[in-house]
Write a protein that binds this ligand. Structure first.
Ligand code: NDP
Length: 247
């Protein structure tokens, strides 16, 4: 198994891409902790599913917007599993609006969840990684952070910020054997995309060379690769998984 003996934290593991990453990591032998904000029932059901399959998992109802909560989560994971090898900053939200209608909270909530949330868990874990001279940060950004998307100035800015953070941190901590990479999904079939209007989804599908939305499991496969020693010379990169959309 690719992730035997590794301990990982995935943010936003209750649904969508985060859930698929939790499942894929557990299937490859990792002990996986994950947090969520609201979906308690889904988080508990996923924990039970993984434990029934013989995996080890921990769940935390913790907000990525809160640095102190992320520090406590890292401490809790180290106490229970004895170490920490990988973090996946996946939790994210959308509040799409044209800029002329965007309120300060629409901007602030998206930046503080998607960008500051990524800073918060990275900040909480980095000293552990530096001390053990090994660690792995995987940030889930978006094609919107590369190309920009209309009505998503807040989201595109947050995700472009995540790419900047990824590259800066990769340079900073590479000498300590800590790798930092990002995955940029295109439209992926989760609650986030199911919430889009039907005529918009139809237009988007016409722009995707592979002619379909991605699956959360397809993003999770890249996360497993980046978390594993199969990718140990890869750092500071953004892997795009978008069916060709951003070409
Ligand atoms: P979903 O909306 O399906 O799931 C979001 C997850 O994030 C949920 O588990 C949710 O928890 C959690 N979450 C949200 N806010 C917080 C918070 N403040 N603290 C802790 N957890 C939180 O999203 P996706 O799975 O589609 O997206 C996952 C990531 O992938 C996001 O970063 C997104 O921007 C990115 N992405 C998604 C794309 C897509 O097409 N789906 C495309 C490109 C990027 P809860 O269930 O408890 O609310």
């Amino acid at each position: 198994m690719l992730l035997s003996n590794k301990v990982a934290i995935v943010t936003g593991g209750s649904r969508g891409i985060g859930r698929a990453i939790v499942e894929a990591f557990a299937a490859e032998g990792a002990s996986v902790a994950f947090n969520y904000l609201k979906s308690e029932d889904k988080a508990v059901a996923l924990k039970e599913q993984i434990e029934t399959q013989g995996g080890k998992t921990l769940i935390f109802k913790r907000d990525v917007k809160n640095l102190d909560a992320m520090k406590k989560m890292v401490e809790g994971v180290k106490k229970e599993f004895g170490r920490l090898d990988v973090i996946v900053n996946n939790a994210g939200i959308l509040k799409d609006k044209a800029l002329m209608l965007m309120e300060e909270d629409d901007w602030g909530d998206v930046i503080s969840t998607n960008l500051s949330g990524t800073f918060n868990l990275a900040r909480a874990a980095i000293v552990t990684f530096l001390k053990q001279k090994a660690g792995n940060v995987i940030n889930i950004t978006s094609v919107a952070g590369i190309t920009g998307m209309a009505r998503q100035t807040n989201y595109s800015a947050s995700k472009a910020g995540v790419i900047g953070l990824t590259k800066a941190l990769a340079k900073e901590v590479g000498p300590y054997n800590v790798r930092v990479n990002a995955i940029a999904p295109g439209y992926t079939d989760t609650d986030m995309v199911q919430g889009l209007k039907d005529d918009f989804k139809k237009k988007v599908l016409e722009m995707i060379p592979l002619g379909r939305f991605g699956k959360a499991e397809e993003v999770a496969k890249a996360a497993v690769f980046l978390a594993s020693d199969e990718s140990k010379y890869i750092t500071g990169q953004v892997i795009t998984i978008d069916g060709g959309l951003s070409m």
